[in-house]
Design a protein. Structure first.
Length: 188
């Protein structure tokens, strides 16, 4: 267990004792429970695997994850993140990377926002580049209203906005701005 996590657990335990032992001192309780910008947990060099029914669904790598509590708990990825999504045969179906991200994680909403140099690559090799992308885990979809560039084996598409399934295999550009057909000729 890393030292920062141990310190967080100790502070949580001390804070819990103060809350329960200071029931008549409302000022102390208010200060301890007041929302602030201090993360509840900081994980460095995170390598997190999410599973469902003993099958790996995704692997998330991040230099730092900061967990914040409150009514809308979030995980913040201020130093970037990389996510690989897997099918039932453990094949990578898509890859997402971004310089920043936020994961909202409560019972009503499981929404991740990826920002700054967002890249999504699907299993066919199609690549999406944008500056902001949302992943709705409950609806199994990704979307943006920002500028997008999609590169396939045969063309490059440009537009403003995109809607797609979460593995980026069935997508629709909202406002197509242009396209370029790529030459398939090989230089010998």
């Amino acid at each position: 267990m890393n030292h920062l996590r141990l310190v967080s657990i100790i502070f949580f335990a001390i804070g819990s004792l103060c809350i329960f032992s200071c029931e008549n001192n409302m000022a102390t309780v208010t200060v301890i429970t007041a929302p602030d910008k201090t993360p509840l947990l900081v994980e460095e060099n995170a390598n997190i695997v999410y599973t469902d029914s003993a099958r790996t669904k995704l692997r998330l790598l991040a230099p730092i994850i900061e967990r914040y509590g409150g009514t809308d708990p979030v995980d913040s990825f201020n130093k970037g993140m990389k996510i690989d999504f897997y099918d039932d045969s453990m094949n990578v179906t898509s890859h997402v990377s971004a310089n920043k991200g936020i994961m909202h994680d409560n019972k009503d909403k499981q929404l991740m926002e990826a920002d700054n140099d967002v890249v999504v690559i699907n299993k066919k090799g199609d690549t999406l580049n944008t500056e902001q992308l949302f992943w709705d885990a409950t609806k199994h979809s990704i979307y943006t209203n920002k500028y997008v560039k999609i590169t396939t084996a045969t063309q490059i598409l440009y537009g403003d906005g995109l809607q797609s399934n979460e593995d980026f295999t069935d997508y629709k550009i909202i406002n197509i701005k242009g396209s370029v057909t790529l030459s398939n000729s090989k230089k010998e």
